[in-house]
Design a protein. Structure first.
Length: 241
């Protein structure tokens, strides 16, 4: 078993590798990848390619190739969400809502490609589960209750899953509805579960921004499910969860 905790991208990432004692070098490569992502996409570093791109100092062609990949992903999700997901919150380039999930997904893929199939990578609420937690055992991920500190609202159990949760418990109403310019407050938290963490990550932000038809939109995504706690404390889940 190998465990590692890394502070990067403004949050805490944890790696939990099962059944292997020699995974430290593979984890180190994945950690280096996360630091590279931070250098490229951080909106808090004025010299990062994304910061310079946002100020109009450079073009996408001047950035590392992954920047164009992320911008295409953002455009696709924005189209599918009718504008409720945007890479320009407040009018400023900030693709962070999709970058963290994408980075975790890639870190997990790096471990699998290196022969480390059974692991969990958690990046500040964006969780990628791969393989199993033990012989015949599924991974279990607790979803914190946004209105009852110290309590769980749900537990997600499974193998080879992506789980993305966002809400008001730690950062308050920090997700802005791009159509109104006001904080999205109808949902206290939403968790999206599916095969790809980048899309799950973007989708949970989209769900927070758009209370109406939120459940129906998740149902339209093939292979994805959702669980939510409303601001009043009620819960709902999609049909396949």
């Amino acid at each position: 078993m190998t465990r590692h905790v890394e502070h990067v991208m403004g949050t805490v990432f944890s790696f939990d590798v099962r059944h292997q004692d020699d995974a430290a070098p593979c984890v180190a490569e994945a950690v280096a990848w996360l630091h590279h992502v931070d250098e490229v996409f951080s909106t808090y570093k004025p010299d990062s390619p994304v910061s310079r791109l946002g100020r109009g100092e450079i073009t996408p062609a001047d950035c590392p190739p992954e920047v164009a990949d992320i911008l295409r992903m953002c455009e696709s999700v924005s189209d599918r969400s009718h504008g409720y997901f945007t890479a320009y919150p407040g009018g400023r380039l900030d693709p962070s809502a999709i970058v963290k999930g994408w980075a975790v997904e890639r870190a997990s893929a790096m471990l699998r490609e290196a022969g480390v199939p059974d692991h969990c990578v958690n990046g500040g609420g964006d969780v990628r589960l791969s393989g199993s937690a033990g012989p015949g055992r599924s991974w279990r991920v607790g979803v914190a209750h946004p209105l009852r500190p110290g309590h769980l609202a749900a537990v997600v159990s499974g193998n080879d899953l992506a789980v993305a949760t966002s809400g008001t418990a730690e950062r308050g109403a920090h997700v802005i509805d791009p159509h109104t310019g006001r904080p999205a407050t109808e949902l206290a938290s939403v968790t999206v579960i599916g095969p790809d963490l980048a899309l799950a990550d973007a989708s949970r932000h989209r769900r927070l921004r758009h209370g109406r038809r939120r459940r129906e939109w998740v149902e339209e995504l093939d292979g994805y499910e959702a669980f939510a706690v409303t601001a009043a404390g009620a819960t709902w889940r999609t049909s396949g969860l």
